[in-house]
Design a protein around this ligand. Structure first.
Ligand code: FAD
Length: 395
């Protein structure tokens, strides 16, 4: 059985036009939805089973312009903006495998933006241009075995040598770490420096000093999550990204967009699993009645629909402020915090409504719940979101 639940799903074109999106964004949504339904959704089950999705998806998406929606045409991009990528984040959430969305999302949302914002012209030509075309795949390597939430605790070192740097250390939980052609890597260039001692390098993966191994995980099965070893990995001088010791600025610069993208994706994912479950409840019978007609089940839908709308309202509010350039730290943090836990709980409620079928792999509902569990951990944990919010209140 396929995990496609077309029944009851409104076409993108019928979606209400909600600010900040315009008709142009909704047209993009239509073409993205057609692409997702034709080229991703039918393969989601096979790619999940294979624990991998084909590398060819990157050049295919590059050809369609989806890898460079927000980047300038001079680099092969579409000359759009963050709102175009917001539509992409929402539509990829409907592809049936958060692992596929994560692998593509790591490339588009977290790995290439630092090259775009902080790269030299030469670095943009060598890394951003092929990334937009999909001929080079990118990963972002910040987390380490002993440093996740606390990035000041990074230990991977860079030692200055003739013509460049030599890197030693390891990176943990890196999305695309096995398939990437290069990793935008955070290292310590000043061991005693704390936040002020971090620098970023563009590390080519086709060298003897780089090795990566895949880690098995609860969800996101189609994505590769890697443990990376850097063992005397050489990085030429010209691959220092941004300022020496100025890496913390690079980390902070993209956090808001990463978290907002996660919030957008989660609202869309909730909506998707809700629609599929609504269709199921309208058909499945128990005690001679459709299960959706039991008050206990109907109320679950009422609560979930209310919750999804509240999550969307906060997320779009944060998005509007973000695209207006208002740096809405509180709103983005709140949206990330609210949506990630909600997405997991909504998927779990949908699993419950499916009964035994919800626990079975073929319905894809258990996948939605497993995949959603990453949200309160990745991109900054719920606890860290609360810490950030506390600090914005002067606490
Ligand atoms: C599937 C997956 C993909 C990922 N992809 C990437 C990637 O592409 N690139 C990348 O760099 N990283 C990636 N990560 C790493 C992710 O960003 C980290 O897992 C996350 O930041 C948490 O760090 P940690 O796992 O080291 O947990 P820790 O920092 O060890 O935290 C453990 C627990 O302690 C809590 N905690 C820590 N500090 C505090 C505090 N000050 N107050 C209260 N509680 C606290 C945390 O909230 C958590 O509950 C990925 C992770 C996963 C699981």
């Amino acid at each position: 059985m396929s995990t496609t639940y077309a029944k009851g799903v409104p076409p993108a074109a019928e979606r209400r036009l909600l600010p900040p999106f315009t008709r142009e964004h909704e047209d993009l949504r239509d073409s993205l939805r057609r692409f997702v339904e034709a080229e991703l959704l039918p393969h989601a089950d096979a790619w999940e089973d294979a624990r991998w999705f084909p590398q060819e998806l990157f050049p295919r998406m590059g050809e369609l312009g989806f890898l460079g929606l927000k980047y300038e045409e001079a680099y092969g991009g579409q000359g759009g903006g963050y709102l175009h990528d917001a539509v992409l984040a929402e539509e990829l959430a409907r592809c049936g495998s958060a692992g596929v969305a994560a692998g593509l999302g790591a490339h588009i949302t977290i790995a290439t933006p630092p090259v775009w914002k902080f790269g030299t012209e030469d670095q943009k030509q060598r890394y951003l241009v092929p990334s937009i075309a999909g001929t080079k795949v990118a990963a972002l390597g910040i987390t380490e075995p002993d440093a996740g939430s606390d990035v000041a605790g990074l230990r991977t070192s860079a030692t200055k040598v003739e013509g460049g740097w030599v890197l030693n250390g390891s990176k943990m939980f890196i999305t695309n770490g096995c398939r990437a052609d290069y990793v935008v890597t955070a290292v310590k260039t000043k061991p005693e420096g704390g936040h002020g001692g971090i620098s970023f390098f563009l590390v080519d993966t086709d060298q003897p000093g780089y090795s990566a191994s895949k880690i098995e995980k609860l969800g996101w099965h189609a994505s590769d999550t890697a443990l990376i070893a850097l063992d005397d990995a050489f990085v030429p001088e010209e691959n220092l990204l941004g300022e020496l010791h100025g890496g913390f600025k690079l980390i902070m610069a993209n956090f808001q967009w990463e978290r907002l993208s996660m919030a957008l994706g989660s609202v869309a994912a909730m909506e998707h699993v809700f629609e599929r479950t609504l269709a199921y409840a309208a058909e499945r019978e128990a005690f001679g009645r459709r299960i959706g007609s039991f008050q206990a089940i109907r109320h679950k839908f009422a609560d979930m629909a209310t919750r999804i709308e509240a999550n969307r309202a906060l997320t779009y509010h944060a998005l509007r402020l973000f695209v207006e350039g208002r740096e809405p730290l509180q709103e983005v943090t709140m949206a990330k915090l609210l949506t990630q836990r909600a997405s997991f709980e909504v998927a779990d409620e949908c699993l419950q409504i499916h009964g035994g079928a919800g626990y079975m792999v073929e319905y894809g509902i258990e996948r939605a719940a497993r995949d959603a569990r990453l949200g309160p951990i990745g991109g900054g944990t719920d606890e860290i979101m609360r810490e950030i919010l506390g600090r914005t209140m002067g606490l």
